[in-house]
Ligand binder design. Structure first.
Ligand SMILES: Nc1ncnc2c1ncn2[C@@H]1O[C@H](COP(=O)(O)OP(=O)(O)OP(=O)(O)O)[C@@H](O)[C@H]1O
Ligand SMILES: [Mg+2]
Length: 477
């Protein structure tokens, strides 16, 4: 269907000329010869675009038409025609929400191009908004997004088990949303008014883990100069989330098992038995069954944790979730930065669908946020996503330490900034792979050797999609 444009112009010759011009481009053109006439039309009809002269003689100006149009239909773009040399008023109009302006006398081709762009932009906004509304209505689950069968099954399970006190083991690759799922389980259950305490089992050192989880009494060890409540106790009445449980040292596994079995604990250096009433949710990116087989994870603890097993499919198996996720991230970023929300072009959306997503939703979030910040227009195009280098980072065949060719800035079409960014990424990837390789994939030792904080290195590994970590990396703590 052709777009309907309302042309508001008091000079008959120009009005008719505009009609002729726009009709040639296939638009349906309606005319108004004054602001008042325009008000009447705007009251009862909806247009895809309003093109108005600012100077309309008596009975209201183009500014009034702009205001009226915005009041009736916020999303209809309004393009204003300004007299030569009145940029100040044009800026005023833009502030009031005008889409664009053309100074008189205008060049026909320029005007046509400008209108075409404005209409395309609105179309895109509409499609995006429709998608967002659909997301809100059908597919959201708290802060979780997913429209496909894979995520709907996850939501269904959350709904069923949230109300119970059953232990849930959340499995999924890195960045698939395990922590969000754990939070949703807590929020939808009867313990939601009580604390949700997350513990990253991979990030606590072996010496500290006991005191961290169970607390300690004053004088329990050197440096324990006050009593400390552990995470289990802090979660009293609520939920404890044991994240990266697959990285927990065997000695700690035994102690956690005891707490789960007996529902009570002793603080380190204490004798008092403390009852604990907590719901346990655990998560890991490892294949825990395999860890059990390999003797690295206690079988009894495994079965206690996986009363309900919740598997989150990797992003590459649910491409149907991509548009909604990408748009949500655009929106969240816009809110954070207090800037207008950007949208994605069709090509960009289809580029997302063709990427492998080794870093899953977290990687998608990074890609979108980077593109939203670095792209110049309101619409994120496929090229802004810079997925090429991200895809090559995931190439499983590449030897550690080899230089990534595809990420090298060979493309002379790139801007300096983009080329530099790519070169920088390639360098980081190469450097970190070499360093990790030199330390047999041991993250702690690598971090120490290259003067990086372990958590930052781990973050980088995820961001760059490097999979060089040894499976027993926690034992080196
Ligand atoms: N379904 C989803 N909807 C919206 N945001 C999501 C979804 N899944 C993940 N995210 C976002 O992706 C990022 C990673 O999620 P999260 O930390 O929960 O993943 P994870 O599986 O715990 O990862 P890791 O194994 O690396 O700890 C977060 O920013 C989260 O908000
Ligand atoms: Mg996590």
């Amino acid at each position: 269907m052709s777009a309907r444009i309302l042309v508001v112009e008091d000079e008959a010759a120009i009005r008719l000329a505009l009609r002729g011009l726009l009709r040639k481009d296939g638009y349906a053109v309606e005319l108004a010869e004054s602001a008042e006439a325009a008000f009447r039309r705007l009251e009862s009809e909806t247009f895809d675009l309003v093109l108005t002269d600012l100077a309309l003689g008596r009975g209201g100006s183009g500014m009034d038409v702009l205001r009226a149009s915005k009041a009736h239909c916020e999303e209809t773009p309004v393009v204003v025609i300004t007299a030569h040399g009145s940029e100040k008023i044009a800026v005023e109009a833009m502030k009031l929400g005008a889409e664009d302006y053309v100074p008189k006398p205008f060049d026909n081709d320029e005007l046509r191009l400008l209108l075409k762009r404005a209409l395309e932009r609105t179309q895109l906004w509409r499609e995006n908004r429709w998608l967002m509304e659909r997301v809100e209505r059908d597919y959201g689950f708290g802060s979780l997004i997913g429209s496909g069968a894979g995520m709907r099954e996850v939501f269904e399970t959350i709904r069923k088990v949230a109300e119970t006190d059953l232990s849930v083991l959340v499995l999924g690759e890195s960045g698939t949303g395990k922590e969000l799922v754990a939070q949703a389980l807590h929020q939808c259950g009867s313990r939601s008014s009580r604390p949700f305490v997350a513990v990253n089992c991979a990030a606590i050192s072996a010496e500290l883990v006991e005191s961290e989880l169970f607390g300690h009494e004053r004088g329990a060890f050197t440096g324990a100069d006050a009593r400390r409540i552990g995470r289990f106790e802090a979660a009293q009445g609520g939920t404890i989330f044991l994240d990266e449980i697959g990285d927990m040292a065997p000695a700690t596994q035994a102690k956690v098992l005891r707490v789960l079995q007996e529902r009570c604990l002793e603080r380190v250096g204490g004798r008092e038995e403390i009852q604990v009433d907590v719901r346990v949710i655990a998560a890991t990116h490892r294949d825990l069954a395999k860890e059990v087989e390999a003797g690295r994870f206690r079988e009894d603890l495994y079965y206690r944790l996986k009363v309900v097993e919740l598997r989150i499919p990797p992003l590459r198996e649910r491409v149907e979730d991509l548009p909604a996720l990408a748009l949500r991230f655009c929106e969240q970023l816009a809110e954070r930065l207090e800037r207008p929300r950007k949208t994605l072009s069709q090509e960009a959306l289809s580029a997302l669908a063709h990427h492998r997503w080794p870093g899953n939703v977290r990687e998608l979030r990074n890609v979108i946020e980077q593109a939203a910040v670095l792209s110049s227009g309101e619409v994120i195009e496929a090229a802004d996503l810079r997925l090429e280098s991200a895809a090559s980072a995931a190439e499983p065949s590449r030897e550690p330490g080899s230089v990534s060719r595809s990420a090298a800035p060979a493309d002379s079409e790139l801007s300096f900034r983009d080329a530099k960014r790519q070169a920088n990424e390639a360098f980081e990837r190469d450097f970190l792979l070499r360093a990790l390789h030199a330390h047999a994939g041991n993250v702690s030792r690598t971090a120490e050797a290259i003067g990086m904080v372990r958590q930052s290195l781990q973050q980088k590994i995820r961001e760059l999609g490097l999979r060089e970590t040894r499976s027993d990396e926690s034992s080196d703590e």
